[in-house]
Design a protein around this ligand. Structure first.
Ligand code: 13P
Length: 248
């Protein structure tokens, strides 16, 4: 049984004070549902959120991590540092990091492996650009991201990985993939996991869709068979909007 999982990705929004205010208001709305919920926030907000959400069931995630244990990597944060704060999740390979910060399938793979040594669950992002979709390369692109990103990861480890399908053309554009387009790719991802692992493992992996998810379109997306959750950018910045999506 896959438990629906909706995570907010705040990207580079919210100071500590703003995060605390969000947590206060969100906790007042959150009634505990059958849906797993989490907020992936900037590093500087993580301790505030972990503290605020303690005992509520609401998870907290980071948006990036380095794959080395420690070292001369100015500006980076290690898995151990995240574990000490007590975060539950970490996004890996978001398209904005691939596009602006030289994230590659190889670094995604190293980060996943390092996270999987401990308790933090990775949320691995995959997805094609509009050019790639228009050229009919969408399935090859996503399959390549999965094959390279998941290289050397065992079936047992794979069950801990959440995969977020985020078509780049639908991120922050207001242009959502249709539920059928999102479902088609999630079914393809599930099939690829069967090919790379086995049916049982593929069946357990949570697949999220991300890209302009809002209260108005959450239910049609969440009701698709192969879509188990959502990774929500802009709409996760307002407690009421995020709550409405969780209540889809
Ligand atoms: P938007 O929901 O703002 O389109 O962002 C999606 C996203 O990138 C989540 O990781």
């Amino acid at each position: 049984m896959r438990i629906p999982f909706i995570a907010g990705n705040w990207k580079m929004f919210k100071t500590k004070a703003e995060a605390a205010s969000f947590a206060y208001n969100f906790k007042a709305l959150y009634k505990g549902t059958d849906v797993r919920a989490a907020i992936c926030a900037p590093f500087t907000d993580l301790d505030v959120l972990v503290e605020a959400f303690r005992g509520t069931g609401i998870g907290v995630g980071a948006q990036n991590v380095h794959f080395a244990d420690s070292g001369a990597y100015t500006g980076e944060i290690s898995v151990q540092m995240l574990e000490e704060i007590g975060v539950d999740y970490c996004i890996v390979g978001h398209s904005e990091r691939r596009q602006y910060f030289a994230e590659t399938d190889e670094t995604v793979n190293l980060k996943l492996k390092k996270l999987l040594e401990g308790p933090i669950r990775p949320i691995m992002c995959v997805g094609e650009s509009l050019e790639q979709r228009d050229a009919g390369q969408l399935f090859d692109v996503v399959r390549g991201q999965l094959e390279k990103g998941l290289e050397g990861i065992s079936a047992e480890e794979m069950r801990k990985v959440v995969i977020a399908y985020e078509p780049i053309w639908a991120i922050g554009t207001g242009r959502t993939a249709t539920p059928e387009q999102a479902e088609e790719m999630c079914a393809f991802i599930r099939q690829t996991l069967i090919d790379l692992y086995d049916e049982e493992t593929a069946d357990e992996v949570i697949l999220q869709y991300g890209g302009s998810v809002k209260p108005a379109n959450a239910s049609e997306i969440m009701n698709m068979e192969e879509i188990d959750g959502a990774l929500v950018g802009g709409a996760s910045l307002k407690p009421a909007d995020l709550m409405a999506i969780i209540d889809f």
